[in-house]
Each structure stands twice: as structure tokens, then as C-alpha cells.
Design a protein around this ligand. Structure first.
Ligand code: AMP
Length: 556
């Protein structure tokens, strides 16, 4: 028997490729459906054909291996097709953050050197404004929801649907090296221009497998299975919607893509499709639960992974009271993103664990998922042991962490200093092995020489029944250097008068039981109607700090 040479094997058939995430579903779930709002429903068999047709269209337009293709769309079935077809050609999908300012979008499209852009009509205005300043974009394709796309001055080569309709059904995707870059998007830091973060085929596949394992191996607090119905509640431009679309597609799960995020539509899609699994940042969950029409949803059907920001205990309890099964998840743009999830360990003997409140565990940052190595490092680069007293920077290793920032060697080197990816998160590992984030490096508060955890303080305040949302930042103080400032949104119709003093009194419970440092009593509390948000809906502490440089209301 003639054996192929081992070099040939390694080069062409033993690679971890995004293409291979589709191999099984072809015959496992050809009739399963993928919906887009109330507008469209396709089967997986059609989806696979459309991925082929899309590859033909893109190739005809000159897209080649290594090219970058920008997408500006809401969460849609088209986006899912692009998640696969672009990388399977050896090109790179640039998922443009459509919530950035037009100057930042211009920066990212130019920096990525996108050669083709696909744009939903809702973003025509910004695309038309930047088009003259991005000469590297050779072609524009419109992503219209209607048969007749609205007029645009973009030099469009056609609309997605009509281009697909004219293409053949079969495309021979090339064999690729698994280290080929597949995806790219930009993350905005506190300073400087947005940074391009990128992932290879190998990284996406390994992340999908590890995420799948993390979500299916533990039945606590929930487990994903192929009779689940999936709808993303995070934008697909943000870290590939946390990798869920790749996982759901690999498993052949029914998927529902909601288009533009409108609370009422999200609620009606959740109800209509009887969605069972989703993921979002805490503020989105809060918004949906508080929406007047939230009653139409049977929340007890839902399992939601909550991540991207700390999950306050108050919100976790509110969700649990509606019957939602919640999993806390931790990750960042640079980490593909999943690193840890707050699984509850199976029952073991021993009184301490048996007595632990499940909600308390779910709101821990999380336990590292398979293949992830974590350490807590002090400022001298020494790894610290477990224990609440050993707080330092959380550093990571895993096969799917970005190798650096696109064309930015200095910031890439800082990211990977000492061979660990530096998260900029301050944390400790508890004695059970869970990661506990206490702050962002840039958010830490030093009050008279003592570290105060903004996240622990937020967590405590979130448990007061009158508190709907809270964010804590440090403000400068002549006596203490810094002191915590809590910006609080109160629930409507509480019925009793709540003052900052009421909340300070409430904090005493936590001070007395040793959960909070006694100096948190110096926290300045202000009531607000809204909190500033980032482009992905998280509370924007940088903006809050800026707005607080001249605080108007002190504690009475
Ligand atoms: P981004 O890159 O915009 O997704 O933001 C990543 C950052 O969000 C992390 O570095 C953390 O500071 C924060 N974050 C994400 N998940 C969690 C979590 N479960 N608990 C606390 N902070 C989180």
C-alpha cells in the first residue's frame, strides 16, 4: 500500500480548518432551520449551498487568499454565511464594529486594508461618508432586507441576494494551512487608536471545540444540546458573537438571527421561536427583563451565558427569580473570547461547598475552561498562589489567544510580556480554583493606601432591592487620594424614599460580615437616570470618570 508522505498529510489534510466545522451537519441536520427576524428562514442544506454561492461571487470579484473583507451588518443569516465563506477562501473576515464613530470606522477599514465591503442599508450613510477616503476598497456589496435595495451613492456591484441568485451551487474550497488568519476585528482601549485583533482557523476551531465542551460537559447550571434553539443577544462584530454561531452551526442547532437590536423585536423573537439558549452582557439582560413586554417570554425555558462585564449578584438573582438558568462567562476580545465559565462543581462531601449559594458561584468570574492555563502575577512578574490576599494581574495561556495586535509590534509585545497574555484585569484565584476579578487595572481605587475593589462594591450595592444598576469608579480626594464614587440607577416605583445614606447603611451589612473593607463607607453615592455605555453595551467607566471630574452631588 502506498502511503502519502507525512509532509503532504500535514500540509493538506490534517489541518484544523473552519471548513471542517461544516462536515457533519451536511447529513446530520440538513432540514434544521436558520431564521432571520420574521423575514427569512433557510434550512442548513440551503445555508451550505449559499456558502458555496457566496464563495463563487467573492472569487469572481477578485477576492483572494489573504485579502480582507469588511462586513457592516446586524446579526443575520448573511453574517453567518460570511463567517464561513470568507475564511474558507483563505481570506479574512473583518467584522466592523458598526457602533464606533464614523472616524473610528474609517480608521479600522483603512487599517485593515479591506478590499471589499458588504454593507447593510442602515450603514449606508457612514459607508458613503468614508468611501472617498478608503481607496483600497475595490468593491461594495449591499446587504438589503428588501427585494429593492434603497438608493446609495456607493459604487455597489450589486445586492447580496441577487448576486447569490446568479451563482452556481458548488465551489471547490482550497486546502489551507491552519495558521491562516481567518477573522479580524478592532477593540477600543482607553487610549490610542483601535487595535486589530485576529484569529487563525486553528484558533477558531480549537475555541469552538473547547467552548462546546465547556457548555455540554457540565449540567450545572446548564448544558447545551442539539435540541436547543439559539438566538444571539450580542453583536456578531464583537468577538464572533463569542463563538456561539460557529458552535451552533457545527452542532446543527436551530438558529434565529434578530437583525438590529430592538428590545421589543428581541422579546417577540425569543417568545415566537421558543428560544432556549443565548448570551449577552449584563446590561442587555437587565434591559430585557425590565422591558414592559418581557412578560410575553417564558423565561424559564432560557439558558443565558452572561459575560463581557461582571455579573452583579442582584441581577443574577432577578434572572434566577424569572427561572432563567445563568452561566457567568469571562473573556476578552483578545481571547477569542471564552476563557472561564462559572460552572458549579458537582456535589462533593464537605460542609462548605454544600452550603454555598449557587447564585454566588455563578457570579464568580469563572473556572478556566479546558486547555486554558491561568496565573495571577504580581508587578514583578512572580506568579502568586491561590487566596484572596494574593491579588495581582490575571495572565493567560491558551491555544486560541490572539498573537498580537495587527501591525502593532509594540502593543503586541506588551500584551505578551513574559510569554503570558496580560489581561489588564486584577484578580485572585479562590481556594476552589475559580478566578475572581476584582477590578480592571485602570479602574483600581487606592483609598488611603488600601485597595478597594470596585466590583465587590458594585456587587454589594446591586443587592439592595431599590438598586437597578450601579457603577463604581475612583474619584480623587484631598484626604484619601482616591475614594469610590457609586453612580446608581434606582428602580422605578419603589414606594419608599431612598437616599445615599440608605445605601451606605446597607453597606454596613457587608462590612460587618467581612465581605467589604470598612473604608467603603467613604463611598460617595449619586443617583442618576442613565449610565454611559460602550459600543457593545457595557457600562463605560472611562466616560463616567471623565464626567465626574466635577461631581455635583455629594452624600447629604
Ligand atoms: P472586551 O475586550 O471589550 O470584550 O472586554 C474584556 C474585558 O471585559 C475583560 O478584560 C474584563 O475586564 C471584562 N470582563 C469580561 N467578562 C467579565 C466577567 N465575567 N467578569 C468581570 N469582568 C469581565
Amino acid at each position: 500500500m502506498k502511503h502519502p508522505s507525512s509532509a503532504w498529510l500535514a500540509d493538506s489534510v490534517q489541518q484544523l480548518l473552519i471548513r471542517d466545522l461544516l462536515s457533519r451537519v451536511r447529513s446530520w441536520a440538513p432540514d434544521q432551520t436558520i431564521s432571520y427576524r420574521e423575514l427569512r428562514e433557510i434550512t442548513y442544506a440551503e445555508f451550505l449551498k449559499r456558502v458555496n454561492q457566496l464563495a463563487i461571487v467573492l472569487t469572481r470579484l477578485g477576492v483572494q487568499a489573504g485579502d480582507r473583507v469588511g462586513v457592516m451588518d446586524w446579526d443575520s443569516h448573511r453574517y453567518l454565511e460570511l463567517f464561513f465563506a470568507i475564511p474558507m477562501l483563505g481570506a479574512v473576515i473583518h467584522t466592523v464594529n458598526v457602533r464606533l464613530s464614523s472616524e473610528q470606522i474609517l480608521y479600522t477599514v483603512d487599517h485593515a486594508a479591506d478590499s471589499l465591503m458588504l454593507v447593510h442599508p442602515d450603514f449606508f450613510e457612514v459607508a458613503e461618508a468614508i468611501a472617498p477616503r478608503v481607496p483600497k476598497v475595490r468593491h461594495w456589496i449591499t446587504l438589503s432586507d428588501d427585494a429593492m435595495p434603497p438608493a446609495t451613492s456607493l459604487a455597489s456591484v450589486g445586492d447580496y441576494e441577487s448576486l447569490l441568485a446568479g451563482a452556481e451551487l458548488e465551489f471547490d474550497f482550497p486546502d489551507l494551512n491552519e495558521n491562516t488568519v481567518a477573522t479580524l476585528f478592532y477593540t477600543t482601549g482607553t487610549t490610542g487608536d483601535p487595535k486589530g485583533v485576529y484569529f487563525t482557523h486553528r484558533q477558531i476551531v480549537l475555541h469552538t471545540l473547547a467552548e462546546g465542551l465547556a457548555l455540554t460537559a457540565h449540567n450545572n447550571p446548564f448544558s447545551l444540546s442539539d435540541d436547543d434553539i439559539y438566538l444571539p443577544l450580542t453583536p456578531m462584530f464583537h468577538v464572533h458573537a463569542w463563538g456561539f454561531p460557529y458552535l451552533a452551526t457545527m452542532l446543527g442547532i436551530k438558529q434565529v438571527y434578530p437583525g438590529r437590536f430592538e428590545p421589543q423585536r428581541l422579546l417577540s423573537l425569543l417568545a415566537h421561536h421558543r428560544v432556549t439558549i443565548s448570551h449577552c452582557v449584563p446590561t442587555v439582560l437587565l434591559m430585557l427583563l425590565n422591558h414592559p413586554e418581557s412578560k410575553q417570554v417564558d423565561w424559564s425555558r432560557l439558558k443565558i451565558a452572561i459575560g463581557g462585564a461582571p455579573l452583579p449578584i442582584g441581577l443574577a438573582r432577578a434572572a434566577a427569580n424569572r427561572g432563567i438558568r445563568i452561566l457567568g462567562a469571562y473573556g476578552m476580545s483578545e481571547t477569542c473570547p471564552i476563557i472561564a465559565a462559572s460552572h458549579i462543581k458537582p456535589p462533593r462531601s464537605g460542609p462548605t461547598e454544600a452550603a454555598t449559594d449557587p447564585i454566588e458561584i455563578v457570579t464568580r468570574t469563572g473556572f478556566p475552561i479546558p486547555l486554558v492555563d491561568v496565573a495571577i502575577m504580581d508587578s514583578a512578574g512572580v506568579c502568586l498562589p491561590a487566596g484572596r490576599e494574593n491579588i495581582g494581574e490575571l495572565v493567560l495561556r491558551a491555544p486560541w489567544l490572539t498573537r498580537g495586535y495587527l501591525d502593532d509590534p509594540l502593543r503586541s509585545e506588551a500584551l505578551w510580556k513574559g510569554g503570558w497574555l496580560h489581561t489588564g484585569d486584577i484578580a485572585y484565584r479562590d481556594n476552589e480554583g475559580y478566578i475572581r476579578i476584582t477590578d480592571r487595572l485602570k479602574d483600581v481605587i487606592k483609598l488611603g493606601g488600601e485597595w478597594i475593589s470596585t466590583l465587590e462594591l458594585e456587587n454589594a450595592l446591586s443587592q439592595h432591592p431599590a438598586v437597578k444598576e450601579v457603577a463604581v469608579v475612583g474619584v480623587s480626594d484631598p484626604k484619601w487620594d482616591e475614594r469610590p464614587h457609586a453612580e446608581v440607577i434606582l428602580r422605578e416605583g419603589i414606594g419608599v424614599e431612598i437616599t445615599p445614606r440608605t445605601l451606605l447603611k446597607f453597606l454596613h451589612t457587608f462590612i460587618d460580615n467581612g465581605t467589604l473593607h470598612q473604608r467603603v463607607i467613604l463611598t460617595q453615592i449619586r443617583f442618576a437616570a442613565t449610565l454611559p455605555r460602550t459600543s457593545v453595551g457595557k457600562i463605560d467607566k472611562k466616560a463616567l470618570r471623565l464626567g465626574l471630574q466635577n461631581p455635583t452631588t455629594e452624600n447629604p
